[in-house]
Design a protein around this ligand. Structure first.
Ligand code: FE2
Length: 194
């Protein structure tokens, strides 16, 4: 089933969650939908603002929209699901949502460069994709990352992302987040972007 109105971003996301959410999160022992719902639940448990809960919920939506298709452990190039996810949502949701999504891979590279204990907390699949994503940031990249308005929020999202990989953990459903997403929607939609 496809949403009837292509400008209805929540219906589009809902459709993706239901049609493709049950697919395995490549290299991990849970599905993509379970992973994104667990990441959102961790954000909620920390009392994160609604924009950050939405970013946590939607951070990997780019795995479904990239022109290169899904990531698999056999990949030898990065598919930039961070960029494609942010692009899908830009104009529909505020930058506090989309920028955290755009920066969530950069945040992993940042943490690998600045937190000596962080890299060992990554799952094998995430360690593999790190090398495709450019590895730990260098000093210039660290400085540029710290200039990003939402870099601290992206780091928070990143830590939930890394923890939201528990096989069999029950969470709420995507539908439970629809009112929150609806509240954050831009009243004008992408057409209203300046
Ligand atoms: Fe993720």
């Amino acid at each position: 089933m496809h949403p009837t109105d292509p400008t209805d971003i929540i219906a589009l996301i809902d459709d993706i969650f239901h049609r493709r959410g049950a697919e395995a999160y490549a290299g991990e022992s849970l599905t993509v939908a379970e992973h994104m719902l667990q990441t959102a639940a961790l954000a909620e448990a920390e009392g994160a603002p609604e924009t950050l809960i939405a970013a946590a919920l939607l951070h990997d939506i780019g795995h479904f929209t990239s022109e290169f298709g899904e990531y698999t452990p056999a990949d030898t190039e990065d598919k930039h699901h961070d960029e494609s996810g942010a692009e899908l949502l830009e104009g529909h949701f505020p930058p506090a949502v989309t920028e955290c999504i755009r920066l969530h891979v950069a945040a992993k590279r940042y943490l690998c460069a600045t937190d000596p204990t962080y890299a060992n907390t990554l799952s094998p699949a995430s360690k593999h994709s790190l090398s495709l994503q450019g590895g730990p940031m260098n000093e210039t990249e660290i400085a540029a990352f710290q200039e990003e308005t939402f870099h601290a929020d992206a780091v928070r999202l990143r830590r939930w992302d890394d923890s939201g990989k528990v096989e069999g953990l029950q969470t709420t459903t995507f539908a439970a987040y629809k009112p929150l997403l609806q509240k954050l929607l831009s009243p004008t939609g992408p057409a209203g972007r300046i």
